[in-house]
Design a protein around this ligand. Structure first.
Ligand SMILES: Nc1nc2c(c(=O)[nH]1)N[C@H]1C(S)=C(S)[C@@H](COP(=O)(O)OP(=O)(O)OC[C@H]3O[C@@H](n4cnc5c(=O)[nH]c(N)nc54)[C@H](O)[C@@H]3O)O[C@H]1N2
Ligand SMILES: Nc1nc2c(c(=O)[nH]1)N[C@H]1C(S)=C(S)[C@@H](COP(=O)(O)OP(=O)(O)OC[C@H]3O[C@@H](n4cnc5c(=O)[nH]c(N)nc54)[C@H](O)[C@@H]3O)O[C@H]1N2
Ligand code: SF4
Ligand SMILES: [Mo]
Length: 683
């Protein structure tokens, strides 16, 4: 028997990008454990990936190409050879290009693997060759980055691991214990040294429950809370005038602007007591270093970018950027640019004018009669948009179109794959080569394939090479090998060292103090408390609170019909977005979907715990058991995200209800500005 251990890195769309070690016996992976040498993940995986080997060897894995034989959505397929499936796809694509033009083809992908080359590389060249439409925007992260950049000029922020040096930690719109679990020990370290941990979240999450204090604003109202904090900081002189004078612009305008934002005024908007806001601001202005930790949750609002833009002003006012452990930490993705340039994957002559479609508007793109040309062919990989993209009933209607040719590359028969005409079987991270750029820490991870691909599954890069060949395309750029793609995109790091060690820290200073002495990448070179750039785009130049249109404080007509704000957050420790809810050690152990209601909202509707209820709005209707809980505030309900239609026992899922209004800027979407009504389901 030969036994080997192989170093790898988790590919999931998760900030932790844990290092792992696979044990392989005679070509079969038998064990997967965390790499104890990884400075961030420190030898631990998580309740999802502890069972990753079961996922890899699941009897439900798709292992051959499949061609549809039944109605769309019925998941009725027959096995096909690669040659047959490739010929069918190449034939249809050629036909679509001839009849409608390349822009009638829409590639749609997300971060199902966030590996450097398997997320997106050769696909960009392949679809450019076809002249296909391109997706823009993001389900995750774009709004947070662009919001921050409005104040700082770039998405660069602090090293999250430096939270351990903090004296005060504000976990603002992030559920660390669930979504970013390997950061929690660093937060605990700060706590052990006397730091107070405060979570600001409309839900009493596991993180809020484990914090010293939980502040519970109404969803989408945080900017008002921030403006009142600025009001108190300025009123009470809790400012670093030297920092502001040297490194910021627009202070006077901001000062005049927040003068009216008393804690009392913000309290009326956020539903947080004025006294609490006073205390929060005064702690933030006096305890050092004060570390603000945020991630993605708060971007999923109509004014999501403004949340990050306003938040970024706080550590500027107090000069908190001078201190290790201070400032603000968010996604670290931009730091990977020090050693990684994925622009090399872009086709030559980029800047072409191919049609752009926001990925959050997939349903509209597939159904809007004014689309010219209409989308005739859809390619999906690294994502399950039928469940993860808002306004999902519209997507389902689009996927049902008989004249749409849908190709999906997947490991499993997801809700999206069920609607495919052709499915190509995809490898998992244990079967493919990649480098993982993390967004929760500063280490690049190597991923050596541990086992041969199962069945006839191929990596995404191999799929693009096979498709290019089937199309008869010429050009070395379409056929570059995986190793060569990696080599072309990584600079300044010894790849042999990376392969040997499994991880290497990106080339940024050990003590990362990005803005200790200014150095902002804005047009003015300073932190922009007032932004001419935003003004030029017709946006508010100062941090400004606006109630989302689809919120209790927004359109009174809509709020009259649908009085409850719906959140659909990540909730289950065994799920990663929608990957895992279908697997036996995950979905069944989490129970099933439900809608959570405050006792007061349940009482006025005559609902008892466990009652079957309907949740609905103009977009969709969902039947679920009610769970009465004290984790929310009256007026707010929550449905956990991640369950498929089979678990809901109906075609709709949580995202059938959610809003596809785009964010103020950054190309994200307002999942969490969704209004619904709830009532007992008819017998
Ligand atoms: N177990 C598990 N871990 C995951 C994932 C998973 O599905 N399961 N998904 C991964 C992915 S893709 C991502 S992007 C990250 C996300 O990581 P996070 O950003 O930490 O997680 P979210 O649950 O999206 O949002 C965090 C919190 O924001 C809150 N929130 C919503 N609206 C508002 C608001 O207006 N104000 C404030 N203050 N808070 C608000 C929600 O109630 C939620 O508790 O998690 C990753 N990790
Ligand atoms: N209501 C609501 N909706 C949300 C969110 C929320 O909090 N609430 N969160 C949003 C966020 S932050 C995100 S990031 C998105 C996530 O949205 P998606 O990225 O669509 O989510 P996943 O469910 O993780 O789907 C990833 C799929 O990729 C497949 N996959 C994994 N590796 C590979 C590979 O190597 N090759 C191929 N071909 N396929 C692979 C997996 O099998 C899986 O089915 O969801 C968003 N949607
Ligand atoms: S899903 Fe996240 S926490 Fe779990 S092993 Fe992967 S990177 Fe680590
Ligand atoms: Mo995400």
């Amino acid at each position: 028997m030969t036994i080997r251990t192989v170093l790898g890195t988790c590919h999931h769309d998760c900030p932790d990008s844990c290092g792992w070690i696979a044990t392989v016996e005679d070509g079969v992976a038998v064990k997967l454990r965390g790499n104890p040498d990884h400075p961030y993940s420190q030898g631990e995986l998580c309740p999802k990936v502890n069972h990753f080997i079961d996922r890899v060897y699941s009897p439900d894995r798709l292992l051959t190409p499949l061609i549809r034989t039944g109605p769309k959505g019925s998941a009725t397929f027959r096995e096909a050879t690669w040659d047959e499936a490739l010929a069918m796809v190449a034939g249809r694509l050629t036909d679509v290009v001839d009849r409608w033009g390349g822009e009638a083809i829409l590639p749609w992908w997300d971060a199902g693997t966030q590996g450097l080359i398997q997320m997106s590389s050769l696909d960009r060249r392949f679809f450019a060759r076809l002249g296909a439409s391109q997706i823009i925007g993001s389900l995750c992260g774009g709004t947070a980055s662009d919001g921050t950049a409005a104040t700082y000029g770039s998405a660069h922020a602090a090293d999250p691991m430096d939270v351990r040096h903090a004296g005060l930690v504000l976990l603002w719109g992030t559920n660390t214990k669930l979504t970013n679990r390997h950061l929690w020990p660093f937060i605990e370290q700060a706590g052990d040294n006397g730091a107070q941990i405060i979570t600001i979240d409309p839900l009493r999450t596991a993180t809020a429950a484990a914090s010293d204090r939980h502040i519970q604003p109404l969803p989408g109202t945080d900017v008002a809370l921030m403006l009142a904090m600025m009001h108190v900081l300025i009123r009470d002189g809790l400012l670093d005038h030297d920092y502001i004078d040297n490194y910021a612009v627009g202070f006077e305008a901001l000062r005049d602007h927040v003068a009216a934002w008393t804690p009392e005024r913000a309290a009326a908007v956020c539903g947080v007591e004025a006294e609490t806001i006073e205390e929060l601001a005064s702690l933030y202005g006096t305890v050092r270093p004060a570390h603000i930790r945020t991630l993605i949750g708060a971007e999923h609002h109509e004014n999501g970018a403004m949340f990050f833009r306003a938040l970024a002003c706080l550590p500027v006012l107090t000069g908190s950027w001078r201190e290790l452990g201070g400032g603000l930490s968010k996604s670290t993705h931009s730091w990977a640019n020090a050693n990684v340039d994925d622009g090399v994957f872009d086709p030559a002559g980029r800047g072409d004018s191919r049609r752009e479609i926001n990925m959050n508007h997939l349903g509209r793109a597939l159904t809007d009669p004014s689309m010219d040309p209409p989308v005739q062919a859809l390619f999906v990989w690294n994502g399950n948009p039928a469940v993860t993209v808002p306004n999902a009933e519209l997507i389902r209607r689009g996927l049902e179109r008989d004249d749409l040719f849908t190709v999906v590359s997947e490991q499993f028969m997801t809700d999206t794959a069920r609607y495919a005409d052709v499915i190509f079987p995809a490898t998992t991270q244990l079967e493919q080569l990649d480098v993982v750029t993390a967004w929760g820490h500063l280490y690049l991870g190597w991923n050596e394939p541990a086992i041969a691909p199962r069945g006839e599954a191929v990596s995404n890069t191999e799929l693009w090479r096979r498709l290019a060949k089937a199309m008869g395309f010429e050009g070395d750029d379409l056929y570059q090998s995986d190793q060569s793609l990696i080599e072309s995109a990584i600079t300044g790091i010894d790849l042999d060292l990376l392969r040997r060690e499994g991880m290497v820290r990106v080339d940024v200073p050990t003590e990362l103090l990005p803005y200790a002495e200014g150095g902002f990448k804005t047009a003015s070179g300073k932190a922009e408390l007032y932004s001419d750039g935003l003004k030029a785009q017709g946006l508010d130049p100062l941090p400004t609170f606006r109630a989302p249109a689809e919120s209790p404080g927004g359109s009174s007509e809509l709020a009259g019909r649908y009085p409850l704000a719906l959140l659909t957050p990540k909730h289950h420790s065994r799920f990663l977005n929608t990957s895992y809810s279908h697997l036996p050690k995950h979905g069944p152990r989490e129970g099933g979907p439900f809608v959570e209601l405050d006792p007061a909202d349940a009482a006025v509707r005559g609902l008892a715990d466990g009652d079957p209820v309907e949740v609905w709005n103009d977009r969709a209707r969902l039947t679920l058991p009610a769970r009465i809980s004290d984790r929310l505030r009256p007026g707010v309900v929550a449905i956990p995200f991640g369950w498929w239609s089979e678990h809901h026992g109906q075609p709709a899922t949580a995202n059938s209800l959610t809003s596809d209004t785009l964010t103020d800027w950054g190309g994200g979407v307002a999942y969490s500005d969704t209004l619904v009504e709830v009532a007992k389901a008819p017998n």
